[in-house]
Design a protein. Structure first.
Length: 147
């Protein structure tokens, strides 16, 4: 476990958060990034990429891209909080799409509602221009794998 704690301490100190993103292939594929805010919470960012467009008429981001980005944000938040390299296993993921995801950068933040010994509950909010105007909100449960 000390090696994992050392890994997260190194990522925090160097602020090379892409090392943590590389642990999750789909987050890396999407081009997701994250950073730590001054308050210590994580802010996730999905830069706009043409390949993520689902509706070319609007254009709007594909709902699966938004959901995948949010799910990966929750996974990374749990791994970061637990300082664990074990991937939490998703039990369920419920998403409400509120607004169309326009062809621009998208952000997400996670609130870990409950972090138990075996189960975690995470709420995720995604937005684009204004954090007060969510484009999607999700709730998820994960089975935790303790090292």
């Amino acid at each position: 476990m000390d090696g994992v704690k050392d890994f997260f301490a190194d990522v925090r100190a160097s602020k090379d958060y892409d090392k943590a993103i590389a642990m999750i292939p789909y987050a890396h594929f999407l081009g997701a990034h994250f950073s730590e805010t001054e308050q210590g919470s994580l802010l996730f960012r999905l830069p706009f990429n043409e390949k993520n467009i689902g509706n070319t008429m609007l254009p709007a981001l594909h709902g699966g891209v938004i959901a995948g980005f949010m799910e990966n944000a929750a996974v990374i938040s749990l791994m970061w909080t637990m300082e664990s390299s074990s991937m939490p296993k998703i039990i369920d993921f419920n998403i409400d799409y509120i607004l169309s995801g326009r062809a621009q950068e998208t952000y997400a933040r996670c609130d870990i509602v409950k972090l138990g010994k075996r189960i975690a509950n995470v709420q995720i909010t995604a937005w684009q221009d204004d954090p007060a105007k969510a484009i999607a909100v999700a709730r998820s449960h994960f089975k935790l794998i303790r090292e």
